[in-house]
Design a protein. Structure first.
Lengths: 291, 92
């Protein structure tokens, strides 16, 4: 036998197109045919003992484009990257395939799908609102509770706006938390917090900065580190939510708060303090496949 | 008339391309079928069993295709599985 059936499919929407992941009943190699023109339906009839009866229909795909599955050989799961697919437009598509290199007589149903919009597959999401804490003591720019405005740069503005930890005496640490933008992420592979820090003082090797996040009402932070005297990025990747130990969910990301933790550390005759000019979450989205 | 008298049982009268015709009422040939037909049986069995394994979205797609025809979505899924690249025709 040389037949296949499409059992299920799943969509991952991004700004320029859609990933379509298809599951079939047996391993095969599929090609997806898609068109922005509605397929034309032609009714067929059959003559039964002299009587012509309506029977079925066939469908004509016009102005179609073919996309071969991304995997090599015959597979159970088949991934297609259909682009460009403009947001809010509809496409119709169907699948044909080969099994062991031989064309199968099977064809799938005709599917119709509209692109509802989506974020890029790698997207940077930035602070947009105060979070639960605004405790860092100094800033160049907006004061608390609007410290987030000093670190929400798309292109880092370096010394134009930033937050800084400073206190007149002794050693002190403080942190801010900010709410960050979100969107329809569908499946999240990795969340990487990135902060842009520098330090100033007479003992540059002293740790005076860290990154923090709050999820499930719990605050996590990186080990304290010593930024250079010039601005530099510090990434903190998370393939799973640190509270649950499982992949990030949309709800977890929607309620995530992030921020810098900065220190002013003093010793006898020396001092060092930390600055932060930018913080954001870089999300690597995943591709959804049927179970 | 002698030919018609030779038929037994129920007769089927019909017109084909303007010609009046009569034949014996068709009977099922039972399980003795042509080898080519028998070769289709395993695939047909699988095709009919696959319907319940299809996701609701795939079933909906077949049902939409079958709307307005004398076929059900399930009928169409069997046809698409078994034979018919000609159901969906790619025109340039």
């Amino acid at each position: 036998m040389n037949n296949f059936a499409v059992l299920d499919l799943a969509y991952t929407h991004y700004d320029a197109g859609i990933y379509i992941c298809v599951k079939t009943d047996i391993p095969c190699h599929l090609t997806l045919y898609h068109t922005a023109s509605p397929p034309r339906r032609h009714k067929t009839s059959r003559t039964d003992r002299g009587l012509t009866l309506p029977w079925g229909a066939y469908f004509c795909f016009v102005a179609w484009t073919a996309a071969e599955q991304e995997q090599d050989g015959d597979t159970l799961y088949h991934l297609f990257n259909v682009f460009p697919w403009m947001v809010l437009t509809t496409k119709w598509f169907t699948f044909r395939g080969t099994i062991g290199g031989e064309l199968s007589p099977s064809v799938s149903a005709i599917f119709e799908h509209s692109h509802p919009g989506g974020l890029p597959m790698i997207v940077d999401l930035r602070p947009y609102f105060p979070g639960d804490l605004c405790a860092i003591t100094r800033e160049v720019g907006d004061p608390c509770p609007d410290h987030w405005k000093n670190v929400d740069d798309i292109v880092p503005d370096e010394d134009d706006t930033y937050v800084e930890q400073y206190y007149f005496t002794g050693t002190s640490w403080a942190y801010d938390l900010y709410k960050i933008e979100t969107g329809r992420l569908e499946k999240i592979d990795t969340v990487t917090l990135i902060g842009r820090f520098k330090s100033f003082g007479t003992r540059p090797t002293t740790p005076v900065a860290a990154l923090t996040l709050k999820t499930h009402d719990t605050i996590y932070k990186t080990a304290d580190f010593a930024p250079a005297s010039t601005w530099g990025d510090e990434p903190w990747p998370h393939t799973v939510n640190p509270f649950s130990g499982n992949a990030w969910t949309q709800n977890e990301f929607d309620t995530l708060q992030i921020g810098p933790r900065l220190g002013m550390v003093r010793g006898v005759g020396w001092g060092q303090r930390g600055f932060c000019t930018q913080v954001f979450a870089r999300v690597q989205r995943g591709i959804i496949c049927p179970p | 008339m002698s030919i018609i008298r030779g038929f037994r049982g129920t007769l089927d009268y019909y017109v084909w391309k303007g010609i009046a015709c009569v034949r014996k009422w068709p009977r099922s040939p039972g399980h003795k079928r042509a080898p080519a037909v028998e070769a289709q049986w395993p695939a047909f069995t699988i095709a009919t069993q696959l319907w319940v394994k299809l996701s609701p979205e795939v079933q909906d797609a077949y049902n939409r295709m079958a709307a307005g025809t004398h076929l059900s979505g399930r009928d169409l899924s069997v046809k698409c599985y078994l034979t018919n690249l000609s159901i969906v025709r790619l025109e340039s």
